[in-house]
Design a protein around this ligand. Structure first.
Ligand SMILES: Nc1ncnc2c1ncn2[C@@H]1O[C@H](COP(=O)(O)OP(=O)(O)O)[C@@H](O)[C@H]1O
Ligand SMILES: [Mg+2]
Length: 388
């Protein structure tokens, strides 16, 4: 196994020859670097581990003739406007949408999709720049703010953005694996926090889902059709859907599909068969090796992405021992280094950290995550005063 990375700290401490520098910001260049490696090593598979790498891995796989979703399909997952158009063509249930062209005001787009609406950048992740608006005036302000977030990430200050109708109801996340276009749902997560906006900070994920079997079947079916419409055929997918469970049967609409597994450290709560990780499954599938299936009655598991309470420099996260004492809590990881600047979404671009829990039932896991979180004391210093 060779790790390709543009993060120097990743290669530190690894044996020579086990890492190469890959520039993920330029997928064609990154693919050149991977293809060059193939001439000495004969690669069996190229697997991306995060959103930054998916396009490079798809281009490299296609150039090496390895089975993978096409670069065009993966590109559609990287631009939410292209994704929406592909889903519309495939008649997949999704919110109404309209693209606000570069430099344009959003009035016409908002009139087309209706209020409330959600404004979002075309190519960002982790809810950055995603803002709900209930009036035309709020939508104008949201577009201004989203464009400034895009600009602060190096994009255009008058970027084209997307406006969608706001989908009420519950939200779920699908961890899936595609093989020849057939979707295998490896885990279905409920997101039990009310995600009603105006900002959409990611918090709790709990699996297995507490939705009815009929609703879970609908979620799988919509996800598989969404993958087909986008053109995804192979490898891990992470999809988000929203459903109005007040309707019977509930109608689930596709929020988005990513050509990768769940982000951050969230997958560490999943285990399959006799202890295989999600990453084991992904690598085995890429190598066409048999993969373990989830065992029956697998216990519930969940993760909380620790919300960032305010903008500032992170001073400390106290109370970790007390939080770890909560029954069911199996780990707490603070990933933001002390001293760094953190801020909540929609501007924020990094996670504070994660709380992990396991239990017999999803409700126990959710309660454990909330109890542990309430024991943490997140201390944040004022702007402009970095701490050592
Ligand atoms: N049309 C919508 N209706 C309701 N909520 C939405 C809508 N679009 C996005 N959201 C909320 O915002 C979150 C982030 O939006 P998403 O499109 O998934 O962007 P990102 O790539 O940043 O995750 C979603 O998980 C959901 O909670
Ligand atoms: Mg998302």
């Amino acid at each position: 196994m060779v790790v390709g990375t543009d993060q120097p700290h990743v290669s530190e401490g690894m044996a020579s020859g086990t890492t190469i520098a890959v520039d993920c910001s330029d997928p064609q260049l990154a693919a050149d670097q991977i293809v060059r490696l193939d001439s000495t090593l004969s690669l069996d598979a190229v697997v991306a581990v995060d959103e930054q790498g998916v396009q490079a891995a798809a281009v490299a796989s296609s150039r090496l003739g390895l089975p993978a979703s096409s670069p065009e399909a993966v590109a559609r997952t990287r631009d939410k406007a292209l994704m929406r158009e592909a889903l519309a063509q495939g008649e997949v249930d999704q919110p109404a949408f309209a693209v606000v062209a570069r430099g344009e005001p959003p009035g016409a787009a908002v009139s087309r999709v209706g209020l409330p609406c959600v404004v979002k950048p075309r190519s960002m992740s982790a809810s950055r720049g995603v803002i709900r608006a209930d009036t035309h005036a709020e939508a104008e302000e949201a577009v201004r703010r989203t464009r400034s977030i895009v600009a602060s990430a190096g994009g255009s200050p008058d970027a084209s953005v997307l406006v969608e109708s706001y989908v009420p109801g519950v939200e779920v996340a699908v961890e899936g694996m595609l093989q020849d276009g057939v979707l295998d749902v490896l885990a279905l997560f409920d997101k039990p926090d009310p995600l009603t906006g105006p900002y959409f900070e990611e918090t709790i994920y709990v699996t297995p889902s507490r939705l009815s079997q009929a609703d879970q079947d609908t979620v799988s079916a919509v996800t598989e059709r969404a993958c087909a419409a986008i053109g995804l055929t192979e490898g891990p997918v992470h999809a988000e859907l929203r459903g109005d469970v007040g309707e019977d049967p509930a109608r689930f609409r596709c929020i988005e599909v990513a050509a990768r597994s769940i982000g951050g450290r969230c997958s560490s709560v999943l285990s399959f068969g006799t202890g295989a990780t999600l990453e084991d499954l992904i690598v085995r599938q890429a190598l066409h090796m048999p993969t373990a299936r989830p065992g029956p009655g697998s216990p519930a598991a969940g993760v909380m992405m620790i919300p960032i309470p305010a903008a500032g420099h992170l001073r400390a996260v106290d109370g970790r021992d007390a939080a770890l004492d909560v029954a069911g809590v199996v780990g707490i990881e603070v990933t933001a280094p002390v001293g760094t600047w953190i801020e909540p979404v929609p501007e924020g671009d990094r996670y504070l950290g994660f709380i992990f829990a396991k239990g017999d039932r999803p409700a126990d896991v959710e309660a454990a995550l909330r109890a542990a979180h309430s024991r943490l004391r997140i201390r944040i210093g004022p702007r402009g005063r970095p701490l050592a």
